[in-house]
Design a protein around this ligand. Structure first.
Ligand code: AMP
Ligand code: ZN
Length: 469
């Protein structure tokens, strides 16, 4: 499997540091408003990648933070006359709702910055002790960028280029920095702001140290994949590397994945520019899976321009897949036969090619665009060959294959058919009879059949009980 690594500027062969387990950190949103569809892009594309890794049998420990202390949150809280935690909690909840609508799996851990302050201060103390950081007169703690020899390695810029953009701060004399490249690790509180006690001053953390601390706490000193939007490469991720590597004396992240922007009229969608649609805005007009499909229809490293035409195209494409699935569902209902008919073997065999090509696309740097094209070829194959299929088993195999590929991308949600209690009872009775008759094969078959419907049987001394999985 290959991943385009921003650090090496090439597609690198991916292998996790521990066999069978991948650690992944994706920078999450600052929660002061509903998320816009630009914020949803990294959530969706990296969720699809996570699902693919899981499908390949890897355990993925996925951490995605909420930045819940920030100037914008504080400003909004002051406008509303409430505590800033009221704002952040509100938008964390709303964000989670949007994620659920878009079929984004919850992270293994969703840490909140405000709950991880001790870990941040711990790292800051180490940086000061090691002389990588210094304390200004008012208690602000700065990272000494030039003390990290590799500063600039992620953004591939030399220090003078990077310094250019920051020089104005020093000239204006507003700053106590030794060098324009230095950045804040801890800053003193201002009136009405949330703050925490520290050795340096009563204050709050800088943004970059949050992610260094949270990824270290939940994923360890070296993580496999660190991801986020490409606007985070500099300064956020560059600074995360500097902080983490200076504290831990080891490599911070082995692969860096960055998604390109979601644009509108070819300009980056952003809250500050005001050219944004929230996920909620879009979900009033389209169902969530259309938005998810739209996001995955482009490669994650290509800019994607939002437009109604593309959303309509996404809707039509998704409909084509669903129509095919529906046809197969109906055919399954109308047919019998739990063994393939002779002519069906070849058709099922021909279907294997699509799975292989789908995997090839996803293994080539998360190419969801090509993976979707393969799904369409599978749809076409099914539509053409369905005429020759007669057995329930044949239709089922086609259906399962189609759903499996869509599930890896998370673009079809299969509703579990609701099973009636009376149906279950009947099957349980039949199974008990089968066991009495020593027909254990049938008894096992019924158990499996129920399991597929989400019903787990338990044989107890008192008899058989069941529960929904
Ligand atoms: P923010 O709340 O601005 O820190 O952003 C949260 C995540 O959304 C980060 O990974 C950003 O890089 C990403 N992001 C923000 N705007 C866009 C956009 N227009 N297109 C793609 N990703 C974006
Ligand atoms: Zn981050």
């Amino acid at each position: 499997m290959k991943i385009y690594n921003t650090l090496t500027k090439r597609k690198d062969e991916f292998y996790p540091q521990s066999v069978g387990k991948v650690t992944m950190y994706v920078c999450g949103p600052t929660v002061y408003n509903l998320i816009h569809i630009g914020n949803a892009r990294p959530m969706i594309v990296f969720d699809a990648f996570r699902r693919f890794l899981e499908y390949k049998g890897l355990e993925v420990i996925y951490v995605s933070n909420f930045t819940d202390v920030d100037d914008k949150i504080i400003k909004k809280a002051q406008e509303e006359g409430v505590d800033s935690s009221v704002i952040s909690e509100r938008y964390i909840e709303e964000c989670k709702k949007d994620m659920a609508s878009l079929n984004i799996k919850p992270a293994t851990v969703h840490p909140k910055a405000t709950e991880e302050i001790p870990e941040m201060l711990n790292m800051i103390d180490t940086l000061v002790l090691k002389n990588h950081a210094y304390v200004g007169e008012d208690g602000t703690v700065y990272f000494r960028a030039r003390s990290f020899k590799e500063y600039g390695k992620l953004s591939h810029k030399n220090l003078d280029e990077l310094e250019g953009g920051n020089r104005s701060l020093l000239i204006s004399g507003e700053d106590q920095k030794e060098d324009p490249l230095d950045f804040v690790l801890w800053k003193p509180k201002k009136e009405g702001e949330p703050s925490w006690h520290s050795f340096y001053c009563e204050g709050r953390p800088g943004w970059h140290i949050e992610c260094s601390a949270m990824s270290r706490k939940y994923l360890g000193e070296t993580i496999d994949i660190h991801a986020g939007g490409e606007d985070l490469i500099f300064p956020h991720h560059e600074n995360e590397i500097a902080q983490s590597e200076c504290v831990n004396d080891c490599n911070f992240a082995r692969y860096w994945m960055h998604n390109a922007f979601l644009n509108i009229d070819n300009k980056k969608m952003s809250k500050s520019a005001g050219n944004f649609f929230t996920v909620r805005d879009i979900l009033r007009r389209y169902e969530p899976m259309v938005l998810r499909f739209f996001m995955l229809s482009a490669h994650y490293r290509s800019p994607l321009n939002f437009s109604d035409e593309l959303m309509e195209a996404a809707k039509n494409s998704l409909d084509r897949i669903r129509t095919c699935a529906k046809k197969l569902e109906n055919a399954m209902k109308m047919s019998d036969g739990d063994k393939l008919a002779r002519q069906e073997y070849k058709i099922m065999d021909g279907m294997k090619e699509f799975r292989m090509r789908f995997e090839e696309a996803m293994s080539d740097d998360n190419n969801t665009a090509d993976a979707i094209s393969v799904i369409f070829e599978l749809v076409k194959y099914i539509n053409v060959n369905m005429i020759e299929v007669t057995t329930k088993e044949g239709f089922r195999q086609m259906y399962d294959e189609l759903i499996l590929l869509n599930n890896i991308l998370g673009i079809i949600i299969v509703e579990k058919p609701e099973v009636l209690d009376s149906d279950i009872e009947k099957l349980i009775e039949e199974r008990q009879q089968a066991r009495k008759d020593k027909n254990f094969a049938r008894a096992d078959e019924i158990r499996d059949e129920l399991l597929k419907k989400g019903i787990v049987l338990e044989d107890t001394r008192e008899g058989v009980t069941w529960k929904r999985a």
